[in-house]
Design a protein around this ligand. Structure first.
Ligand SMILES: C[C@H](O)[C@@H](O)[C@@H](O)C(=O)CO
Ligand SMILES: [Mn+2]
Length: 595
């Protein structure tokens, strides 16, 4: 599977730095330093893959870097090779600012080998002081236990930091230069769908492309899509997407021929939205080059409500299928497409996708159900992880079908996996566990079909969200927790009170008795908007590292302090990690903003 966006995937640049004193010192260190760089490169290449499936590639400087000339040669090589992340390694003393990497846009880390024969860790401290003094925030990596000279094994604590840094750095690099495709504009007064071009450009390096929804009608009417693929997609949909019960009042119900026409429209909408995002050779071959080039969109949003959905079938099918790891073409990388064009939920979905390589859930953060309220309406008692209350995540549309939780990890537990680990059987189970009821025609006058399922089993997940605060800028909120399955009889009653035609995920955040995480209720009460992006796994620490690279402060999280890994300069902004994060982000400002 190839990267589907324009531009090469970023590489990881490894910079072996060395004590430049020739005639003795340098020569005695050359192979040890280079071996450390090779060990780091091997480890990264063996561990990481891109969401598109490609292995991550490392580039090592041609020589060890003993001074500024070799630093410049390395920078030159990195530019030519498309390096997006810079990791400096050394076991020895080097000349801090002389060997440094001064590219302000490359996320940077220095691994100073913890040995004592040669002072790598002393160099690390000197280097970080230089980076801080020059306004180039850099991550410091320093193993807890002393290693022997020449040992090229990477201790577990160093491994964890290298991977956390590289993953987040590659996410930064992958976003840069791509687009957010806004199909339609603002939905129902939702602030996140008033797409803020300055935020995308300044903080993420992402362009914003605005296309009116009538473009979809035009492409349907003028048949600007691949008709062969359309036939294949429609046949696959008929076979794999079973219609659920029509819950509309009798006077609102439409006949099957109208429903069949709606299926045809939503399948076309899916092809067209995807083509608008990433282009399609087949559309170019039909003579529509401009349309077939796409918008180089790494994510997008579909306004839908209200003008489109008052008139045409909703995009629930389109959003659900594109956000899933499979379709009529087989198992493939998921897209990131927000419903209601909530761009501030698309961004954390993209963060989650780039950090975990998995498909993402988009949901309304709809209801906190206390144990008492559940008892009152169901007569039953919440138990297990759910015992202190649950949050109902539900939204028509954008929830990936991977969230049916039919995939299994190595231990046989429910999971949402990178697409290359998903089996045909698992993809089929996700489809088999989803029904497609006719949309609620009071909300969606143009009809359409909503995906309906209930996330099965317990999965570790992380909910996150970006909010824009006037006078402050963007902030990120993060809540790690679990999906839970409710005891027989509870789900049915609770979901009946909402929109039973929509997908439901019951979520329990990990609480700690303090602040926003005092209890489950407080998490709900402190959530900054109507939506959340939910990623498989506990990725809060990765999100925190990524946010610091983008200078987005984290306003709420439940990650242990020990796992918070930010540039070393953050320590100079105070001991309290939350306060220092705000001050450091304000001091450095957005990564791409023109000051
Ligand atoms: C149908 C309604 O308009 C929903 O779409 C609404 O509950 C939302 O999802 C609001 O974010
Ligand atoms: Mn919503």
């Amino acid at each position: 599977m190839a990267n589907r966006l324009i531009g090469d995937l970023p590489k990881v640049g490894i910079r072996p730095v060395i004590d430049g004193r020739e005639n003795g010192v340098r020569e005695s260190l050359e192979s040890q330093v280079m071996d450390l760089a090779k060990a780091a490169a091997k480890f990264i290449e063996e561990t990481l893959r891109f969401p598109s499936g490609e292995k991550v590639e490392c580039v090592i400087a041609d020589t060890c870097i003993g001074g500024v000339a070799e630093a410049a040669m390395c920078a030159n090589k990195f530019k030519k090779e498309g390096v997006g992340v810079s990791l400096t390694v050394t076991p020895c003393w080097c000349y801090g600012t002389e060997v440094m990497d001064t590219d302000p846009l490359l996320p940077k880390a220095v691994w100073g080998f913890n040995g004592t024969e040669r002072p790598g860790a002393v160099y690390l401290a000197a280097a970080l002081a230089g980076y801080t003094q020059k306004g180039l925030p850099t991550f410091g990596i320093y193993g807890r236990d002393v290693q022997d000279v020449g040992d090229t094994t990477i201790p577990a604590d160093v491994q964890e930091k290298i991977i956390r840094f590289v993953k987040a750095g590659l996410a930064v690099a992958q976003m840069n230069g791509k687009s957010y495709l806004s199909i339609g504009y603002s939905s129902m007064g939702i602030a996140g769908s008033m797409v803020d071009a300055d935020f995308f450009q300044d903080y993420l390096g992402i362009r914003t492309e605005f296309v009116d929804s009538t473009e979809i009608l035009r492409r349907i009417d003028e048949e600007i899509y691949d008709k062969d693929e359309y036939e294949k997609a429609l046949a696959w949909t008929k076979k794999n997407c079973k219609e659920g019960a029509d819950r509309n009042k009798p006077e609102k119900q439409v006949d099957q021929s109208r429903k069949d026409a709606e299926w045809e429209t939503v399948v076309k909408m899916t092809l067209i939205c995807r083509d608008m995002m990433i282009g399609n050779e087949k559309v170019i071959a039909k003579g529509f080059r401009e349309e077939g080039l796409g918008r180089n969109a790494i994510m997008g949003g579909f306004q839908g409500q209200r003008q489109w959905t008052d008139y045409q079938p909703n995009a629930d099918y389109t959003e659900a299928i594109l956000n899933s790891s499979f379709d009529w073409n087989g198992i493939r990388q998921a897209f990131v497409l927000a419903t209601e064009n909530d761009s501030l939920n698309a961004v954390p979905m993209l963060f989650g996708h780039l950090l975990s390589n998995t498909a993402q859930i988009f949901s309304d953060v709809r209801t906190y159900w206390s144990p008492d309220a559940v008892k009152r309406v169901t007569g039953k008692t919440l138990s297990g992880l759910a015992e202190n209350g649950i949050i109902h995540l539900i939204n028509s549309g954008s929830t990936t079908l991977d969230a049916t939780a039919q995939q299994r990890d190595a231990e046989g537990q429910p999971a949402m996996k990178p697409f290359w680990e998903i089996t045909e059987e698992e993809a089929q189970k996700c489809l088999d566990n989803t029904l497609w009821p006719q949309a609620d025609r009071e909300y969606f006058r143009g009809g359409g079909f909503s995906s309906q399922f209930n996330t099965e089993g317990e999965m570790p997940v992380t909910m996150s969200r970006i909010n824009l605060v006037k006078g402050l800028g963007p902030v990120l909120q993060i809540a790690e927790g679990w999906t839970v399955e409710l005891e027989e009889g509870i789900h049915e009653v609770l979901t009946e009170r909402t929109n039973p035609t929509w997908p439901t995920t019951w979520f329990v955040p990990r609480v700690n008795g303090k602040g926003a995480f005092k209890d489950v209720y407080s998490v709900m009460a402190n959530w900054g908007a109507n939506h959340g992006a939910i990623s498989y796994g506990h990725i809060g620490a990765d999100l925190i590292t990524l946010a610091s690279m983008l200078r987005i402060p984290v306003c709420m999280h439940n990650v242990s302090d020990d796992d918070v890994f930010r540039p070393s300069a953050w320590a100079a902004f105070g001991e309290d990690k939350e306060g220092s994060d705000y001050r450091a982000c304000a001091n450095y400002g957005s990564l791409y903003g023109i000051k």
